[in-house]
Design a protein around this ligand. Structure first.
Ligand SMILES: NC(=O)c1ccc[n+]([C@@H]2O[C@H](COP(=O)([O-])OP(=O)(O)OC[C@H]3O[C@@H](n4cnc5c(N)ncnc54)[C@H](OP(=O)(O)O)[C@@H]3O)[C@@H](O)[C@H]2O)c1
Length: 206
């Protein structure tokens, strides 16, 4: 299967790409990394990517920014970042990409646990993650031609905690997180929130 991985050069994306390569033809994309250029904050850029790439069996998004800041320090632009990048960027991958996905193909988006298990400093990203989870649950009801859609909701990734100078023991290695993406691409789930520790729930049903 041909699989397009947006953010394939990132911490999670590299592990996802490695897990899929060998069994699938993987094409990676990013603003300045990967085999194709795309800026998911720009709908025209997404449309150009799909026009250039042709038909794919799966689209995986491991990309999108959002702000971490204490509630009282969050400015309009902090909310805008998450809404434009991680939320609408991923939604637009589905909206602009659906005609490029083969019958029975799939989308896999990324949210994160911070809407369900928030901590101080996560209000802006919690909004975004909750929006993605809700979008996936609703979009699964309407995608045409048997196309599936799921969201992977990773906890902290160990490699990210190390990069932040924090104790990695509270996180999961990117290779383990990647298994949830593989399950979404190769399995039969749709409308599912996939947690990298192996659990699956209907999005928002917790
Ligand atoms: N790491 C964690 O602990 C963790 C936990 C839960 C959820 N998440 C979520 O998982 C996603 C990936 O996290 P990560 O840690 O792997 O991030 P990362 O290491 O920063 O990698 C992000 C990747 O996405 C690409 N990207 C970023 N903005 C983009 C844009 N506007 N258009 C196209 N590509 C873009 C980057 O490539 P370019 O710079 O070349 O564009 C890069 O390849 C994020 O949405 C994050 O919120 C991460």
């Amino acid at each position: 299967m041909r699989v397009l991985v947006i953010g394939g050069a990132g911490t999670i994306g590299k592990a996802v790409t490695a897990a899929l390569r060998g069994r699938h033809e993987v094409v990676t994309a990013g603003r300045s990394s990967g085999e194709r250029r795309v800026d998911m904050t720009d709908a025209a850029s997404i449309a150009r990517l799909f026009a250039a790439i042709g038909r794919v069996g799966a689209v995986v998004s491991c990309a999108g920014d959002a702000s971490f800041k204490p509630l009282t320090q969050l400015r309009d632009e902090d909310f805008d970042l998450g809404l434009r990048s991680k939320l609408m960027g991923q939604i637009n991958l589905v909206r602009y990409g659906v005609d490029s996905v083969a019958d029975g193909g799939s989308f896999t988006l990324t949210s994160g646990i911070l809407n369900r298990y928030p901590a101080p400093g996560t209000a802006a990203i919690a909004v975004v993650n909750g929006g993605i989870d809700g979008f996936v649950r609703a979009a699964a009801l309407e995608l045409p031609r048997g196309i599936r859609i799921n969201v992977v909701s990773p906890p902290w990734v160990s490699e990210t905690l190390v990069a932040m100078g924090r104790d990695p023991s509270g996180g999961l290695p990117a290779t383990v997180v990647a298994e949830a993406y593989v399950r979404s691409v190769e399995g039969t789930d749709t409308g599912a929130l996939l947690e990298p520790n192996g659990t699956r729930s209907l999005v928002g049903a917790e």
